[in-house]
Write a protein that binds this ligand. Structure first.
Ligand SMILES: C[S@@+](CC[C@H](N)C(=O)[O-])C[C@H]1O[C@@H](n2cnc3c(N)ncnc32)[C@H](O)[C@@H]1O
Length: 204
């Protein structure tokens, strides 16, 4: 991530696309009963803000390797456990209810992402998946088929997918290890603008 100011400038220009990203995140969070949460990774803390405002979290750990982001997170969330570190050197000893994985999983880092997930015990994972842009280049491929493939791959490693919401070139995947049934895959119809209030708060 780039420096603090430029990152914030960049975020303020994300407008509509972030309304959608955090609309999806907000929707996936609904109905989840989670108390122990791990965020990989914190960034400037937008998902942290949603989790704090909408869930009753008793233990909230955030990993972030970028120093500027770490400073923002520590300032905005002084009561959370924020670890300035590269995740590859962190040992995950606790069990979590939810792990939020927002570093962009795709074909090229899929195995690495699975290796990371295998190091952590959690009932739910919400993963940002960024491989859907390939739909543009393959005639016979639809988003539905792309996500069916991703779900199958996740299933083959023992992860059960409950829900996928997607936009044109990325999606958010909810893994629920107790889920029994057919996963839903839908183009996103949700928007949420609370992240804009948060950005205003950090800018002050
Ligand atoms: C997309 S941003 C996270 C945004 C955040 N979830 C939010 O909503 O504000 C991804 C972050 O992952 C961090 N990151 C990427 N790889 C990492 C690693 N191996 N260890 C720790 N942090 C990492 C980057 O520094 C960046 O801040």
């Amino acid at each position: 991530m780039i420096g603090e100011k430029s990152q914030l400038e960049y975020l303020s220009k994300r407008g509509n696309s972030y309304d959608k990203k955090y609309g999806m995140f907000f929707n996936l969070l609904e109905g989840l009963n989670v108390e122990k949460v791990l965020e990989l990774f914190g960034g400037v803390g937008i998902q942290t803000y949603y989790l704090e405002n909408h869930k009753n979290i008793t233990s909230h750990t955030i990993i972030e390797r970028n120093e500027e982001c770490f400073k923002i997170l520590s300032f905005m969330f002084p009561n959370k456990k924020i670890i300035l570190s590269d995740n590859r050197v962190v040992e995950y000893r606790e069990d979590y209810d939810l792990v939020v994985l927002d570093s962009g999983m795709n074909k090229s880092n899929f195995n690495e992402t699975i290796e990371l997930m295998k190091r952590i015990n959690s009932k739910y994972f919400i993963i940002t998946e960024t491989g859907a842009f390939r739909v543009k280049f393959k005639k016979d491929l639809s988003h539905e088929v792309h996500y069916q493939e991703v779900i199958q791959k996740l299933n083959s490693f023992g992860y059960k997918v409950e829900k996928v919401l997607y936009e044109y070139n990325y999606g958010l995947i909810l893994i629920n290890n107790d889920f029994v049934g057919i996963p839903s895959i839908n183009r996103n119809i949700f928007s949420n603008i609370e992240w804009r209030d948060y950005i205003k708060k950090i800018k002050k």
